[in-house]
Design a protein around this ligand. Structure first.
Ligand code: GDP
Ligand code: MN
Length: 341
């Protein structure tokens, strides 16, 4: 006889008796994942990976955000992995959809132009959605009510993988060392998707020079000190301090960018937006490269370059193929920008 799956799914969130239930030394921090219901399988595999490599020993909470309600199935199956300390939230419309004041004709024209150049994510069907996501991650996720109790977050995406055991708690590290922004992979933005981003940034910094930090990491984003080189921290992985995104400087910066409509008329990503802000408004020693965190996003991985680190982490990645060495990486530019600190 065939075994039928249960016809009704009861959403009771399990409260497993993990040893971490009694851990009291956690930083004020949470994981955060933006996902669709259709991302469930990839989301499970990413969360399984971070649980196994790190969080089973710590028990940090999880926040899942979606522009639609998560299904009972999503919540139930995810909670089996994450335990009781998990929150599922809906994003308010005004934080997600294209605002009314955006000229849709102009936005469409912008999408068509990128599409003709075959730039990734410019396609007619998913383009508006992708732009909503970039704008949300740039200026709104940290305003979500479920994130209000927390200061630090670790952003995780469906389908990512963590390659090494993470022995030192990165949250405790950033808290103890007053780090504000942490990354593992750097990349170069496609210029066609951000034609006026840099001039918009310069307009802001000329009007607001008080926000520029002393000993900043400007050299990471501008090799010649004049133009933007496209370098950014890949924001699908971020361990950062939301007090920075909630600060006066970043709030003014985001509003200045947003007002131009560039998130929709062009295709400004949250990665360059976050990175430019971090590189200009923070002293460079508050930005941290998590070299020891082996991390896979799509076909690209950061793998610890240091042999001892790689062995200690029992890493599953190939050190010789770390994206750090690839042409599209900006990690050598990061090394240049910070070598005199
Ligand atoms: P990429 O990393 O730039 O290639 O973009 P992704 O397709 O990986 O999307 C980035 C993140 O946003 C992932 O966590 C996705 O699950 C999430 N995401 C993208 N589009 C949507 C959407 O329309 N709705 C929701 N809820 N999440 C989305
Ligand atoms: Mn992604």
């Amino acid at each position: 006889a065939e075994t039928q799956p249960p016809s009704t799914v009861t959403v009771t969130v399990p409260a497993p008796q993990y040893e971490t239930d009694t851990v009291t030394t956690r930083a004020n921090a949470t994981f955060v994942m933006l996902a669709r219901n259709s991302d469930l399988e990839g989301a499970l595999s990413a969360i399984r990976s971070i649980q196994d490599r790190f969080n089973m020993r710590h028990g940090y909470p999880f926040v899942f955000l979606n522009d639609h309600e998560f299904t009972d199935e999503f919540k139930r199956r995810m909670s089996v992995l994450t335990g009781f300390n998990t929150h599922f939230g809906v994003i308010p419309k005004e934080h997600w959809v294209q605002p009314d004041w955006i000229d849709e004709k102009k936005a469409e024209e912008g999408r068509r132009k990128l599409s003709q150049m075959r730039v990734k994510y410019s396609g007619a069907t998913n383009c508006a959605r992708y732009r909503n996501m970039c704008r949300f991650n740039s200026g709104f996720f940290f305003r979500h009510e479920l994130l209000q109790p927390y200061r630090y977050y670790w952003r995780i995406e469906p389908n990512v993988r963590f390659h090494c055991d993470i022995h030192e708690d990165p949250f405790a590290f950033v808290e103890a060392n007053k780090k504000v922004y942490g990354f593992t992979i750097t990349a170069k933005e496609i210029k066609a998707s951000i034609p006026t981003l840099w001039s918009t940034v310069q307009d802001f910094t000329q009007k607001n020079p008080q926000y520029i930090a002393k000993d900043n990491a400007e050299r990471f984003i501008s090799t010649n000190g004049v133009t933007y080189n496209g370098c950014h921290f890949w924001s699908n992985f971020e361990i950062a301090d939301m007090d920075f995104w909630r600060s006066e400087s970043y709030t003014a910066f985001f509003e200045h960018l947003d007002r131009t409509g560039g998130f929709y008329y062009e295709r400004w990503g949250d990665a360059p937006v976050h990175s430019i802000a971090a590189a200009l408004f923070l002293p460079r020693d508050q930005i941290h490269f998590f070299e020891e965190i082996g991390y896979q996003h799509d076909d690209w991985a950061h793998c610890p370059r240091d042999e001892d680190m790689w062995v200690r982490g029992r890493c599953t990645c190939d050190r010789t193929r770390s994206f750090d060495y690839a042409d599209g990486s900006c990690t050598s530019q990061w090394d240049l920008a910070t070598k005199d600190t």
